[in-house]
Structures are given as structure tokens and as C-alpha cells.
Design a protein around this ligand. Structure first.
Ligand SMILES: CC(C)(COP(=O)(O)OP(=O)(O)OC[C@H]1O[C@@H](n2cnc3c(N)ncnc32)[C@H](O)[C@@H]1OP(=O)(O)O)[C@@H](O)C(=O)NCCC(=O)NCCS
Length: 175
């Protein structure tokens, strides 16, 4: 199930992010694990603004989450994480769709994200869900800055890209 998080669940979400990122060490990107997860403050702000969702287990405990940012007139999937043993069940796709639907409800037809190009569960995963790469010259200004910040935190920029999905063409409705 995908739902809004409760306040007492927020401190668990950085742990989920750290644990989910363990996958990167297995594909030669251990630096991703060293990077700081989303802060409790930004997650709490996201909860209050209705920009944060959790995927839950049968016991109604969070096993994944998505955080959206709205900056510079664009909507951005800032973080998406699902715990290892809950992956492959469609939670990632459902969290993306909930994020895109909320963005659309707030007037943002396009959802952006930054990700790794050749990691199986990153760019190829998003491409199978309707995202396309944005040519570098067409990156929105707000996200060029965001991308630079991410790179300064240790993400190797040459292995990364920005992708977008336009939902005004009815991507969500067609599914
Ligand atoms: C990216 C991520 C959120 C996807 O979450 P998820 O819940 O596994 O997503 P889904 O179940 O919707 O889709 C997973 C895909 O892996 C496949 N899969 C099958 N078995 C799987 C398994 N045991 N484990 C993982 N994936 C499996 C699914 O069939 C699906 O394939 P498809 O893309 O061809 O449809 C998750 O892999 C993750 O947390 N990764 C680490 C953090 C990360 O990379 N975040 C994104 C940063 S840009």
C-alpha cells in the first residue's frame, strides 16, 4: 500500500534509504552508500507539504518511500528507496505514479529526476516506466543546480543523467 507517512515514521526513512542503497556497492558504486541520506528535516517538511509517501508492509510499516521537491517551477523526484527484501513487488513503480499524480494535481505535468545511466534499477528502470533522458542543453535551470549539488556530494557526473516523464500526454491514464 502507498500512503502518507505519520510523523513518528519519519526517523526510519533515512535508515531505509541507507539500507536500499546497499545495492550500489554490488555494482562498483560504493561511494553512493557513503553519501548522507535525506535529512529528517527535509522529510518532515515533505510530510507536512504532502510531498512524501511511504510504501508499507502487510503490518503497515514503511518499507520504502518517495520524496518530491517542487523548485523553480518544476517537480522533481528527489528520493526513491525500497528495502531490498521488498523490491521487485511494484512498490517503486507505485511510488513513482503517486508522485507523478500529485505533481500533476498541483499543475506540474512533467516529473524530473536524476539517476545513474548504466545501473539496471536506475535509468533502465525509469525508461521502462515512461521516462526519457533530457539532453544536457535542455535541463531546467533549477535542476542544473540540483545536479551540481548532487555531484558535489560525490555522485560521478559522467555516469549520471536527468530524465523526465510528461504526464500531460496521459501516461498515467493509459496504464
Ligand atoms: C529503484 C527502486 C526504488 C525500485 O524499487 P522496486 O520496488 O524494486 O521497483 P519495482 O518493483 O516497481 O520494479 C523493480 C524491477 O526489478 C524487477 N525485479 C524482479 N525481481 C526483483 C528482485 N528480487 N529484486 C529487485 N528487483 C526485482 C522487477 O520485475 C522490476 O522490473 P522491470 O523494471 O522490468 O519492471 C529500488 O531498486 C531501490 O530502492 N534501489 C536503491 C535506491 C535507488 O536506486 N533509488 C533510485 C535512485 S535514482
Amino acid at each position: 500500500m502507498i500512503r502518507a507517512p505519520r510523523a513518528h515514521e519519519i526517523p526510519f526513512l533515512p535508515q531505509i534509504e541507507n539500507a536500499a542503497d546497499g545495492r550500489y556497492a554490488r555494482v562498483g558504486l560504493p561511494r553512493v552508500i557513503d553519501m548522507p541520506p535525506a535529512t529528517v528535516a527535509s522529510l518532515e517538511q515533505g510530510r507536512r507539504d504532502g510531498r512524501l509517501w511511504v510504501a508499507t508492509s502487510l503490518l503497515n510499516r514503511p518499507v520504502g518511500f518517495a520524496l518530491m521537491q517542487l523548485r523553480g517551477g518544476t517537480a522533481w523526484l528527489d528520493q526513491l528507496s525500497v528495502l531490498d527484501r521488498w523490491q521487485g513487488l511494484g512498490f517503486g513503480a507505485a511510488l513513482i505514479d503517486r508522485t507523478a499524480a500529485t505533481a500533476r494535481g498541483r499543475g506540474f505535468d512533467t516529473l524530473y529526476l536524476s539517476t545513474y545511466l548504466r545501473v539496471r534499477w536506475n535509468a533502465p528502470f525509469y525508461a521502462r516506466r515512461g521516462f526519457v533522458e533530457v539532453p544536457r542543453g535542455k535541463w531546467p535551470r533549477a535542476f542544473r543546480l540540483q545536479f551540481m549539488t548532487e555531484n558535489s556530494h560525490g555522485h560521478p557526473s559522467w555516469q549520471r543523467t536527468i530524465m523526465k516523464r510528461d504526464d500531460q500526454n496521459g501516461y498515467l491514464q493509459r496504464r
